[in-house]
Design a protein around this ligand. Structure first.
Ligand code: MEV
Length: 421
């Protein structure tokens, strides 16, 4: 698939779909599913969660220009926020021709078993560690696809956590979950092991649950943005913005929100658990005082080098990735072969969206581009439909007055004009 999707955003929906179909090999049925907003059957939705009363839709866009480790990707992103897809695509375009370099750890998740009533922590730890091999064997005792693919429990750790209610021994089971997000298998392993841990330690097992701070499952990406494309002042501005976030948690929260704009959109599009990723990302950012998930510096030539590192527990199998037909189509468009590859792509979008937000704020501010796209939403909110949406949006932009009240006036004017015609 070629990356050159220049002008994609200027095409109409049908033209965009035709190009996407050709580039990705989507079937006509899959393209119909994408555009038919009712493609998540209510029967399937009813199985997915409880008390179902309907299905809520979110727009899906395609981020273009992403070259990652030399391969070109089209990245489906689901978000209600205007500018996110455009920003990611633009940042990726500026990072060409080399694009992004990305890598990730093996998909190892941590399962936690909380042992309370621990009188002598060191003794409890020694007992558990002396049974390490048996514990791992017991954890891997059930047949599963994960085991046949080389995954499963690989190691254990025992941590001391001192609390107001006494010392707790926290057993970490490190599980390679292969292409799953992993919560189900890890939680099952924790629940399976806890009676044995109680038996050998005399302590009481309380919580047995995955940790979303997936420090053994991090994804990393870097990109270089050239001095000749950005200009020295923008580079200095982005460095100032980065150091602001590095030293001020109030700014840092917003910086990291901009990172997650990109990552969450990919995770939603692929049916992944974006809350798990959010929890992991922010907990990781806060490990040594709350810090940005991205980093910026200059290389010897004065180019801007951006990088990102964060835990990313994403899957290609299980959960909504398989039950939601749109998530399946997203994975097909992406063409990723493993959960590692998906995490790497998501990390690249996080870096791209962060870079784009910083660059926009340094240059004209984000409101100009944002409001341009937002103008269409406001026109719809005010009751515009069809071509009037575009006309009212462009008129509000021309007048530099993008507001619901102006949109409502314009809707009335356009309706009256429409009746007279
Ligand atoms: C808005 O969704 C995201 C930004 O606020 C991120 C940032 O400030 O870095 C623009």
């Amino acid at each position: 698939m070629k990356t050159d999707f220049s002008g994609f955003h200027k095409l109409g929906l049908n033209e965009r779909l035709a190009i996407l179909k050709k580039a990705t090999g989507l079937s006509t049925r899959e393209v119909n599913d994408l555009v038919n907003s009712g493609s998540l059957d209510i029967e399937i939705a009813d199985i997915m969660i409880e008390n179902v009363i309907g299905v809520m839709h979110t727009p899906m866009g395609i981020a273009v220009n992403f070259r990652v480790n030399g391969r070109d990707y089209l990245i489906p992103m689901c978000t209600e926020e205007p500018s996110v897809v455009a920003a990611a695509s633009h940042a990726a375009k500026l990072a060409l021709p080399s694009g992004f370099k990305a890598e990730s750890d093996d998909p190892v998740m941590i399962g936690q078993i909380q042992l309370v009533g621990v009188r002598d922590f060191e003794k409890v730890k020694d007992i558990i560690m002396s049974k390490r091999d048996y514990i791992l064997k017991a954890a891997n005792n059930k047949d599963s696809v994960m085991l046949t693919l080389g995954g499963g429990a690989k190691d254990i750790e025992v941590r001391k956590v001192e609390t107001e209610r006494g010392v707790m021994a926290i057993v970490h089971v490190l599980v390679d979950v292969r292409d799953a997000m992993g919560a189900n298998s890890v939680n099952t392993i924790c629940e399976t092991l806890s009676p044995y841990l109680e038996e050998i330690t005399g302590a009481r097992a309380r919580l047995r649950i995955i940790s979303n701070l997936a420090v053994y499952r991090k994804a990393r990406a870097t990109a270089v943005w050239r001095k000749e494309d950005l200009g020295e002042d923008v580079i200095e501005g982005i460095l100032d913005a980065y150091h602001f976030a590095l030293n001020d948690p109030f700014r840092c929260a917003t910086n990291n929100k901009g990172v997650m704009n990109g990552i969450d959109a990919v995770l939603v599009a692929t049916g992944n658990d974006f809350r798990a990723a959010e929890a992991g990302a922010h907990a990781y950012a806060a490990l040594n005082g709350y810090k940005p998930l991205t980093k910026y510096e200059k290389d010897k030539k004065g180019n801007l080098v951006g990088s990102i590192e964060l835990p990313l527990a994403v899957g290609l199998v299980g959960g909504a990735t398989k039950t939601n037909p749109i998530a399946r189509i997203s994975l097909k468009i992406l063409g990723v072969k493993s959960s590692k590859e998906l995490a790497e792509i998501a990390a690249c979008t996080g870096l791209a969206n962060n870079f784009a937000a910083l660059r926009a704020m340094i240059k004209e501010g984000i409101q100009k581009g944002h409001m341009k796209l937002h103008a269409k939403n406001i026109a719809i909110m005010a009751g515009a439909a069809g071509n009037n949406v575009y006309e009212i949006a462009s008129r509000m932009i021309q007048e530099s007055n993008i507001s619901v009240s102006r949109a409502m006036e314009l809707v009335k004017i356009y309706r009256r004009a429409g009746r007279k015609r």
